[in-house]
Design a protein around this ligand. Structure first.
Ligand code: PMP
Length: 405
C-alpha cells in the first residue's frame, strides 16, 4: 500500500488499543461515528486548559485569541471543501442541523405550492424529514427518486423527474446504508439546467475521499465533524456566497445581529447571521485538529487504501454462506450492510460484540432504502482509514462461527 499505511493512523488513536469483552476492539461502526486521534483530544483539552473564552465579544486577549482560532477553523473548513471563501462556511451542530437550516431559511422563502424537491430513496432521514416538513409548510412536493436493484440511483428516472417545477435536488455524496457514491457532479449539472438548487449531504463522504464543492458546483454541501475524526456537536454548512447572502436568518438571538432596538433590528453579515448564540468553540478547535490530522496524509492514497480494503471485505464476506450484501458492487464506500439467513441483525451485532467487534444493527436512519430491499433492519459494518484486513478477517471468522453454531 504505497503512500498510506493504516498503522500510521492507528498509532494516533488511543481507543483502538482498548479491549471489549476480552478482545482487542475492532471498530466497524464508523458510519455512526469515527474514533478520535490524540491530536483532536489534546486540542479540546488545550482549549479548556489554556485558551477558554467566548468569541466575538469582550475586548480582551483571550477573546481575541479564541476568535482567531474559531475563524482559522472556518478558513480550514473552506480550504478542505474547496470553497471560495471562509465566509461561505457556517458552523452548525452537524449535518442534521445544516439541512434544517437550509430547509427553514432557504426553503421556507424559496419554495412554494407546486414546487418539487427531488429526494433519492437512499437518503438518510436527516435528508428526507426536513424536506417533508418544509413541503408541508410551503405546499411544495417531495418527489422520491427511485433506485435500481443494486442500490444505485436510477439516472433515467432522475432525468425524467426533473422539470421546471424542480426547485431543489438533494443527494448524499455517499450513502450511509448502501455505500452508493452517486455521480453528484453530473446530477448537479443536470439539475442546474432546470435552475434547480442542489444540496449535497457529505456526512459519509468527506472522511473517505477528497471533496471539492467548486468542482461539484454544489449549491449547498454539509458534513458532521464526528464522522471525520472530530468531536460531536460540530459540523459545517457550505453555501454558494450569493445564495447565503440572500438567505434570511433561521435561529435568532445574540451573535447574529448588527444592532437591536425595538424599532428596528439589523443582522450581522454572513456567515455570522446564521450562528446565533454561543457556538461549539472547543468543537471548532477539535475539528481544526481533525482536518489537519487527516490532510497530513496523502488523501488520494487513503482513498485508494479504503477502496482496496472495501473490495477485500466484499470478497471476504461473500465467503459466508447465505450472506447478502446490499448496495452496488463498485463505485462505493466501505459501508457494508448485510443480512444473514437465520439470524436477526440484532443477534448478529450481539454475537460480534461478544468478540469485540462493533457493528450497527437496525434501520440506519434510512428506512426507505431498506424498504427498497423489502427489509426493515440489517447489520452494517462500516470501514475507516484505520481499519485493516486482519480486522475484516476477524469479522468474517465471527460470522462463520455464528453460522456454524
Ligand atoms: N446524512 C448521512 C448520510 C448520515 O450518514 C448521517 C449520520 N448517520 C446524517 C446525515 C446525520 O448526521 P448527524 O447525525 O451527525 O447530524
Amino acid at each position: 500500500d504505497v503512500g498510506f499505511s493504516p498503522e500510521a493512523a492507528r498509532r494516533d488513536i488511543p481507543i483502538l488499543h482498548r479491549t471489549v469483552n476480552g478482545h482487542p476492539l475492532v471498530w466497524l461502526d464508523n458510519g455512526a461515528t469515527t474514533q478520535k486521534p490524540r491530536q483532536v483530544i489534546e486540542a479540546l483539552t488545550a482549549f479548556y486548559a489554556c485558551a477558554n473564552s467566548n468569541i466575538h465579544r469582550g475586548a480582551h486577549t483571550m477573546a481575541r485569541e479564541a476568535t482567531e482560532m474559531y475563524e482559522a477553523g472556518r478558513a480550514t473548513v473552506a480550504r478542505f471543501l474547496g470553497a471560495p471563501s471562509p465566509e461561505s462556511i457556517v458552523f452548525v451542530r452537524g449535518t442534521t442541523e445544516a439541512i434544517n437550516l437550509v430547509a427553514q431559511s432557504w426553503g421556507r422563502a424559496d419554495l412554494g405550492p407546486g414546487d418539487d424537491i427531488l429526494v433519492p430513496v437512499l437518503e438518510h432521514h436527516a435528508n428526507i424529514v426536513p424536506w417533508q416538513r418544509v413541503a408541508e409548510q410551503t405546499r411544495a412536493r417531495v418527489v422520491p427518486v427511485p433506485l435500481r436493484p443494486d442500490g444505485s440511483i436510477d439516472q433515467d428516472a432522475y432525468a425524467d423527474l426533473l422539470s421546471m417545477r424542480t426547485r431543489l435536488v438533494v443527494i448524499s455524496h455517499a450513502s450511509n446504508v448502501l455505500g452508493t457514491v452517486p455521480p453528484v457532479r453530473e446530477m448537479t449539472a443536470l439539475a442546474h439546467r432546470y435552475q434547480a438548487r442542489v444540496l449535497v449531504d457529505g456526512a459519509q463522504a468527506v472522511a473517505h475521499f477528497p471533496v471539492d464543492v467548486t468542482d461539484l458546483d454544489a449549491d449547498f454541501y454539509t458534513f458532521s465533524g464526528h464522522k471525520i475524526y472530530a468531536p460531536t456537536g460540530i459540523g459545517a454548512l457550505y453555501a454558494k456566497p450569493e445564495i447565503l447572502e440572500a438567505m434570511a436568518p433561521w435561529q435568532a438571538g445574540g451573535n447574529m445581529i448588527e444592532s437591536v432596538s425595538f424599532d428596528r433590528t439589523t443582522y450581522a453579515p454572513v456567515p455570522h447571521r446564521f450562528e446565533a448564540g454561543t457556538g461549539h468553540i472547543s468543537g471548532v478547535a477539535g475539528l481544526l485538529a481533525a482536518l489537519d490530522w487527516l490532510t497530513a496524509f496523502d488523501r488520494t492514497a487513503v482513498a485508494d487504501y479504503e477502496t482496496r480494503l472495501t473490495a477485500y471485505a466484499q470478497q471476504a464476506l461473500a465467503q459466508v454462506p447465505g450472506l447478502e450484501l446490499l448496495g452496488p458492487a463498485a463505485g462505493r464506500i466501505g459501508v457494508l450492510t448485510f443480512t444473514l439467513p437465520g439470524h436477526t441483525p440484532g443477534e448478529i451485532a450481539d454475537r460480534l460484540d461478544g468478540d469485540g467487534i462493533a457493528v450497527r444493527a437496525g434501520h440506519h436512519c434510512a428506512q426507505p432504502a431498506l424498504a427498497h430491499y423489502g427489509l426493515d433492519s440489517a447489520a452494517r459494518a462500516s470501514l475507516a482509514l484505520y481499519n485493516t484486513r486482519e480486522e475484516v478477517d476477524r469479522l468474517v471468522a465471527s460470522l462463520l462461527e455464528l453460522q456454524a453454531a
